[in-house]
Design a protein. Structure first.
Length: 222
């Protein structure tokens, strides 16, 4: 059923705290229709001109969700995280309303496990994920870090000194360091796909793929 959801389907966002507001705002900037819901009238008013639709409602009530048409949405985001009880109840209501895809914010592993068991399609841990990402970026050479479930990572970073001024074949990036330079960004130019003959300079940025441990070692080369 998830595969049948339109890529531009409207999204129901419940909770206009920092995470929910950021999600709703970015969806709006991407051209998605959004219905943002919160019990706080001030927050709803604040966001009324920034997203498609806003409404004051208590999503802990399945009747309130029905009144705003939650059952007609294919995707919902439960951005309420500070109250585990509210988060769980809202998610359960959306499951009862048969919303196909439910993304729910969790503040702990136990909270996330409960959300998964009652039927959340995806559980998000914003604070934990932000902390883990920050830990990688603190090395100083990495500028962005995306890790996937199978220990595969994609990183935007400054090139280590041993590979500068050489082609990627000459520097032995893949054979010596077990990572792949996917793309290179030179000043004033767009990112381009890297080839074996690409030469990386002091002023470039590179996109690297590989395992987390191999990329960490690569980033720490002097």
């Amino acid at each position: 059923m998830v595969d049948r959801i339109r890529h531009d389907a409207p999204v129901l966002v419940i909770g206009l705290g920092r995470f929910g507001a950021a999600t709703a705002g970015q969806l709006d900037r991407l051209g998605r229709e959004v219905l943002a819901v919160d019990t706080d009238e001030i927050l709803v008013q604040k966001w009324s001109e920034r997203v498609t639709h806003t409404v004051v409602a208590d999503a802990k009530s399945v009747e309130a969700l029905q009144q705003i048409g939650a059952q007609d949405f294919s995707i919902a985001v439960v951005a309420v995280g500070s109250s585990v009880e509210a988060s769980v109840l809202i998610t359960a209501n959306l499951v009862d309303l048969k919303v196909p895809q439910i993304w729910a914010k969790a503040i702990s592993a136990s909270h996330g496990k409960i959300l998964e068991r009652i039927g959340a399609s995806h559980v998000i841990y914003p604070e934990r994920e932000a902390g883990e990402r920050a830990a990688h970026l603190l090395s100083g050479r990495m500028l962005d870090f995306i890790e996937f479930d199978d220990d595969f990572a994609l990183v935007k970073m400054y090139p280590p000194k041993p590979i500068r001024g050489k082609t990627l074949t000459e520097s032995g990036v893949r054979s010596r360091h077990n990572v792949t330079v996917v793309g290179v960004k030179s000043p004033g130019k767009p990112f381009t796909y890297a080839t074996e003959n690409t030469i990386v300079t002091n002023h470039d940025l590179i996109i690297v793929s590989g395992t987390e441990s191999d990329i960490e070692k690569f980033a720490n080369l002097e």
